[in-house]
Write a protein that binds this ligand. Sequence first.
Ligand SMILES: Nc1ncnc2c1ncn2[C@@H]1O[C@H](COP(=O)(O)OP(=O)(O)OP(=O)(O)O)[C@@H](O)[C@H]1O
Length: 248
Amino acid sequence: MKRIAGVKLEGVAKEYSLNKRNFQVLKDINLNIPDESITVILGKSGCGKTTLLRLIGGLEECTYGKIKILAGEYNLKKPKVGIIFQESRLMPWLTVKENINFPLKNKNHENFLVQKYLKLMGLEEFKDAYPNQISGGMAQRVAIARTLVYDPDVILMDEPFASLDYFTRKNLQEEIIKVFLTSKKNIIFITHNIDEAVYLGQKILILDNGIIRKEYSLKNYEYPRNLFLPQLSEIKKDILNVLCNSLA
Ligand SMILES: Nc1ncnc2c1ncn2[C@@H]1O[C@H](COP(=O)(O)OP(=O)(O)OP(=O)(O)O)[C@@H](O)[C@H]1O
């Protein structure tokens, strides 16, 4: 049975120390993402978005508070978290299919799962190419496929399309919606792009000065969102207003 994992943050704070001075990047984050959803964390540069994602992904420890990855009421002891970064971080000496297969450690690089995700991400023609033979957008597709093959409980995405051109970015946003609708996993997506946030997010959280300043629920706007442009444009205006008044 497919397990849907939720994410719960209780009083999460993170302090860094720089030049013998402590400063608090995250002050008191409380968050509950129980259902399958795409949650977008939006905020100005330096407000702590990546820090928050790294804490959820277990790459760093909280200074205070707790983070739980839950299946129903149960705290998963060893949750599988997939992280997709701004750069694809592919292994240059492996082909597309070998990169996708990497988390499986399966000697057959064209096993069922690799085939499935090559197809889902439209990469079949490029399966034997090396990373330096494909475009940046394609490399990000490979990174997404490599994450999906691992079957994570939660998928974290840290500005994965920030360095891509407008059209590639649009295509990949569609792919993420497709991935979400087929896998029904919780996706937590970081961006500072308001258009991207309202296009993808079922929940949008504005991070500012170490706290969640405002939360928007867009669950009622089904995909594709093009049908709701007037309503979304009002939400975008409101978000812009909140960001303009934010401190970080
Ligand atoms: N390891 C670290 N040691 C000290 N300070 C850090 C460390 N990591 C992050 N910071 C600081 O924490 C703050 C938040 O950084 P973070 O990368 O989380 O912001 P962000 O919102 O993701 O920014 P951007 O949108 O520009 O990527 C910044 O002031 C940064 O300098």
